[in-house]
Design a protein around this ligand. Structure first.
Ligand SMILES: Cc1ncc(COP(=O)(O)O)c(C=O)c1O
Ligand SMILES: N[C@@H](CCCC[NH3+])C(=O)O
Length: 415
């Protein structure tokens, strides 16, 4: 399905013209499609089969309504902080389906996860393993763990979002992983459950994940030979989406790769998909404030900025920009920029668009993942609202911040 499409020349989110949302809620605003999220989750979960636990990587979009939609479908969750754990619990997610990744888990976060009864800690260093063992001991619990190994494969993606190379801070080098497992097996409050990895994000080629899976299998063989049995293999996330003209793997391609790599190993399979589930289920709606003629280019100044959507400036990422009204009129090249005082504040550069007018609405596409969650209050700009469309209806699932939300009396020194 296409959550966002032109109907009679007007861009809709499911059954609602986007202009109706802008009128009711104002701009900028993030708009998500419930049906699109459900469809993507179902496609992956069904293709991967009953032996799979598909965990949504909460970092991609932590809006409670998004988590709630996925929880109702039976999704698990991949979290990287106590804050994300709290969100999953608030949204009705099952703690028994939560995996906890991240290189810097604090005492308080480890304790909260043990108390909630999560499925598994993906442990990223030996020091962390010892700390989890000690805290589990204090609580009288056995902590379920997998080691997140760093398989040292090149995911062939943007260097900022690659995580599985030896130069990256993530995971335990695969060469020493067996040793750490041996030590883990002797710790009194650690229960070894799995082997995990995650090599990077926005992967368009599945062969690096297959290579990583093969390295996990070799490690599993070594461990099994010594009587250390794991019950699950966690291949992480990272499946890419189409932003422009990429051809990302389909859920069936992905499931096929997993089957080819793991064959009929009896182990449960865990996945940590973020972007692939929600990236194209969201957009950022913005209004044109001014059109401005530079010496050699047209600037289109919109009311959304790099603080609302950071990906273009941070990764030079491409996001399609669609005018709300379809037009086959003459095109021009625009730099679509925001109001922030940084030259890096752009949403698109040199983009061909039909001739634009002040006050017009634009949709910045593929903004459902790593959009709102990476926003900030830079330039004292309130965070924008989030809306969930459901057929012919929509719900405001996070209101726009007010200036009162942004500064409190505690900021002032005593007079
Ligand atoms: C440990 C871990 N799991 C899962 C993900 C989700 O990645 P993606 O949104 O690319 O599926 C990430 C982010 O790259 C991650 O760091
Ligand atoms: N924030 C990145 C993805 C990072 C993935 C987290 N490990 C993006 O927008 O593409």
């Amino acid at each position: 399905m296409n959550a966002f499409s032109y109907r009679q020349g007007v861009l809709h989110a499911e059954g609602i013209p986007l202009s109706a949302i802008a009128e009711a809620v104002g701009t900028p605003v993030y708009v998500y499609s419930r049906a699109a999220i459900v469809e993507r989750y179902r496609a992956f979960a069904d293709a991967l089969g009953p032996n799979a636990l598909v965990c949504f990587a909460v970092k991609a979009n932590s809006n409670l309504a998004v988590l709630q939609v996925l929880a109702v479908q039976g999704a698990g969750f991949d979290i990287v902080s106590g804050g994300e754990l709290a969100r999953v619990l608030r949204a009705g997610g099952d703690p028994g389906k939560v995996v906890f990744s991240g290189v810097g888990k604090s005492d308080a976060e480890i304790r909260a996860a043990l108390e909630a009864g999560i499925f598994c800690f993906n442990v990223e260093s030996e020091a962390e393993l010892l700390r989890i063992d000690a805290i589990a001991g204090q609580l009288g619990k056995i902590a379920p763990i997998a080691l997140r190994v760093n398989p040292d494969v090149d995911p062939k993606t943007h260097p900022y979002i690659s995580t599985g190379l030896s130069e990256n801070k993530f995971g335990i080098p695969i060469a020493v992983a067996a040793d750490v497992y041996r030590r883990a097996a002797r710790l009194p409050h650690i229960g070894i459950r799995g082997i995990a990895c995650h090599i990077g994000s926005q992967l368009l080629d599945l062969s690096p994940i297959r290579d990583a899976a093969q390295r996990l299998l070799l490690l599993n063989q070594t461990l099994a030979g010594e009587g250390i049995e794991v019950q699950h293999l966690d291949l992480g996330g990272g499946v890419g989406i189409r932003y422009r003209d990429e051809v990302p793997p389909s859920p069936e391609d992905y499931a096929g790769m997993v089957h080819a790599a793991l064959g009929d190993m009896p182990h449960a399979r865990v996945f940590e998909l973020g972007r692939a589930l929600v990236g194209n289920a969201g957009l950022l709606l913005t209004r044109i404030e001014y059109l401005k003629q530079g010496e050699d280019r047209h600037f289109c100044v919109v009311d959304a900025a790099m603080n609302d959507l950071m990906r273009p400036t941070l990764y030079d990422a491409y996001h399609d920009i669609l005018p709300l009204r379809q037009s086959d009129g003459e095109q021009r090249q625009y730099d679509v920029v925001g109001p922030i005082c940084e030259s890096g504040d752009f949403l698109a550069k040199g983009r061909r668009l039909p001739e634009l007018a002040e006050g017009e609405l634009l949709a910045v596409m593929s903004a459902g993942a790593y959009g709102f969650v990476m926003s900030s209050n830079y330039n004292t700009r309130p965070r924008v609202p989030e809306v969930m469309v459901d057929g012919e209806q929509f719900h405001v699932v996070r209101r726009r911040e007010t200036l009162e939300d942004l500064f409190g009396p505690e900021e002032m020194l005593p007079r």
